[in-house]
Design a protein around this ligand. Structure first.
Ligand code: 13P
Length: 280
């Protein structure tokens, strides 16, 4: 199965009132774990990377080849997405490498500048038959006080933003944070409902890790079609390495691969099932 456009998968998800997990990728073990979980659940999945994740393994071409390999091996429906593209150069680099979706993140800029940068990126992505995600408002960092401050999305601006930019998927700021929460997570579901009334494109929730399952499922019922997960799967990966470390033979360091892939796939599988609102 070849990689698909992300918006095609997400439109279907929104129609069905479910969300797809968008999982950060950094190496072949975690990519394999994600692919396995998608195959086991029979669910489409989004593989995504920032430049900080593809740079250490040698660039977006290697990431695209690796993801494509596992997508074909497990015959799954999937997209490969650039998360938090910093500028148009990064966006173009990933499109040329074969990514089927990109994000241009101008959420820290003023509204007009965000509109203009997003419109340019949308035109570029569509020329490659790929979809574009952008963010309005800003999802800040939790991480015990480190990172940028959140700015909630203004529902009135959301419809205008989508109409003027041709963006395919819109990331909204409704109270989640990237990384660990500082206090009790609280989502502005009222705001999300208002946005969802006027924006019919798939809506994206960044900062999925650590968000209570019942809040995520309410957000999905209101229109969230993609949930980004980074911290939770990084933790699962590191814990699995930690657990297997003691049993490693000095001449077979690769022996930790299988248990790490296994733990990664278990974690991703449980999130995929949650986002499908199983048990609701
Ligand atoms: P978390 O690390 O909170 O899951 O956030 C991931 C994210 O939004 C990546 O864009």
């Amino acid at each position: 199965m070849a990689l698909l456009r992300m918006d095609t998968l997400l439109k279907e998800a929104r129609r069905n009132q479910v969300a797809l997990g968008a999982f950060e990728c950094w190496d072949s073990l975690n990519v394999q774990g994600i692919a396995l979980a998608a195959a086991r659940t029979g669910s489409p999945v989004i593989f995504q990377t920032t430049s900080m994740e593809y740079a250490p393994i040698g660039g977006p071409e290697i990431m695209a080849d690796m993801v494509d390999f596992y997508v074909r091996k497990y015959s799954i429906d999937a997209a490969l997405h650039l998360d938090h593209g910093a500028n148009i150069k990064e966006v173009e680099e990933c499109l040329r490498a074969g990514y089927t979706s990109v994000m241009l993140d101008a959420s820290m800029k003023c509204f007009e500048e965000n509109v203009s940068l997003t419109k340019d990126a949308a035109d570029l992505a569509h020329g490659f038959n790929a979809s574009l995600e952008a963010e309005l408002g800003h999802v800040g960092g939790g991480d015990g006080g480190v990172g940028s401050e959140s700015v909630l999305t203004e529902p009135k601006e959301a419809a205008e933003f989508v109409a003027r930019t041709d963006v395919d998927c819109l990331a909204v700021a409704i109270g989640t944070v990237h990384g660990e929460y500082r206090g009790k997570p609280e989502l502005r579901l009222d705001r999300l409902a208002e946005i969802a009334q006027t924006v019919k494109n798939p809506l994206v929730l960044h900062g999925g890790s650590g968000t209570p399952p019942e809040l995520l499922q309410k957000a999905i019922a209101l229109g969230i079609a993609k949930i980004n997960i980074c911290t939770d799967i990084n933790k699962a990966f590191l814990n699995a390495i930690e657990e297997t470390r003691k049993e490693l033979s000095p001449s077979l360091a690769g022996n930790f691969y299988r248990p790490v892939v296994q733990k990664m796939s278990e974690k991703v599988e449980s999130l995929i099932r949650l986002f499908r609102r199983e048990g609701c």
